[in-house]
Design a protein around this ligand. Sequence first.
Ligand SMILES: [Zn+2]
Length: 292
Amino acid sequence: MDKILRITEKSGAFRAFVADTGSLVRYAVKIHGAAPTAAAAFGRTITAAAIMGLDLKTKDESLSLQINGDGAVGGIVAVADMQGRVRGYIENPHADLPLRADNKLDVGGAVGNGHLTVVRSLGHNKPYVSRIELQTGEIAEDIAYYFSVSQQTPSVVALGVLVDVDYTVKNAGGYFIQLLPNADEQVISKLEANVYTLESVTDMLSRGLSAEQMARELLLGFDYTVLMEHIPQYCCNCSKTRMERALISLGKKELEAIIVEDGKAELNCQFCKKSYLFDKDELEKLLKEATD
Ligand SMILES: [Zn+2]
């Protein structure tokens, strides 16, 4: 079952998030029709955004991860809120590369070189934007790098998506561990040892482990508390009104051309693929609101 646990170590040495996002990623991959390599890149990004969104302070804020690499998948965007609701977009969902020599999906190759931008939108205020260079394009390492450079928080980030032979997502999830100023050398080396001996996220999920059980293995020997449980969900905020605004923003000339040439318009939401139809009468009404 999909779940993200927010965990804190009892002495305040670190905090952690452990996530099972199988259903969320399966749904996201299905609506975008993503091929295996693209699905893995997309699912990792969606999972990371769902976790990072939980740190937002108010319901009006959103956290977006934008990956812009020069690889075959093109841009990837995932937007999340503090309740674990997330939506995403992948520019080239059909991108698929041959497996790597170790039989793993070549996510780094498909993402390529470029940047990761983290945008925290605070309602009507100016968004907080932070940008780093992609380290490997494998997403998890890039996010760990973002935390260490932009947030000065040493972190361990693991993300995994297992894609089946029929292209469906078998499982997905991940974990973040973030060291707090209280962490001493002993804690750090024990965490390192745990992470080093731990199986991959997808192997643990394939064994049928729940988020709680993954946390137990990851944090073996530590005294910790699960502060909160969140159920992540794929959720879009598109509406006919938003689409109307998009059409109005095209401007008078463009709208007039659509009315004359097509007499109607169909807009598809890039996040959920829902389609919105506008007939001639509706377009003419919007034209009155448009400017040159
Ligand atoms: Zn939508």
